[in-house]
Design a protein around this ligand. Sequence first.
Ligand code: G3H
Length: 250
Amino acid sequence: MTTMSPLIAGNWKMNGLTHSLDELSELARLLTTGEAPRALVVVCPPATLLAAVAAQGASSGIIAGGQDCHANASGAHTGDISAGMLADAGAQYVIVGHSERRNDHAETSDTVRAKAEAAIGSGLKPIICVGETESQRDAGEAESVVAGQLAASIPDAAEQHEVIVAYEPVWAIGTGRTPTLDEISQMHNAIRARLADRFGERGETIRILYGGSLKPQNAREILGVDNVNGGLVGGASLLAKDFYTIISAV
Ligand SMILES: O=C[C@H](O)COP(=O)(O)O
């Protein structure tokens, strides 16, 4: 049984224009007028809005995060953003290894580990995503796939630096489908066991987030599962009211 404070991160993905900051203002209002949240609240907007989210969120405790970073500190990588640039814009966290990056950009777990190392090197906390596809689950390979991703994606530096793991079954992302509570429990316990095997006591303190169709309607029961230490929320993080309901469910 782990007791670290929960963390709820919103991943806006490739959604959000300047007017989306109105939703951020509404979230800030809800967070500061309602009961103080138990969870750390992180919002990961597109990079174009990162500095604004960091500045606007600060007074209400909203922490800004990036959605990805390059493994290198600088150089000829057109269109990419380094971890140092995210930190410079006010980010404290960065998502690495999201399945959309693994799929759309053919990112391997080795690449993800290099990005996590770069994030740590720039003072950011990486949120390292893992998760099986539907066919892998159907073939009974979910735990072994996730174990392989964990082993290769989490850097040794996690012994001294904070990292967060996000378990996101690929087939649950944006689909409205979720694993059963038993399946979530089984996977999060398996991840905890791997982290404890590798990092000892420190492995007991690494947050394991659940992501994939987390909604106001299912947040309380999913976030109540042992070894679920928070959530990584996509679609439902775009509306302040829904995201606040999820935040309030822990
Ligand atoms: O990063 C967030 C996840 O991919 C979950 O997305 P979703 O909540 O829209 O299913």
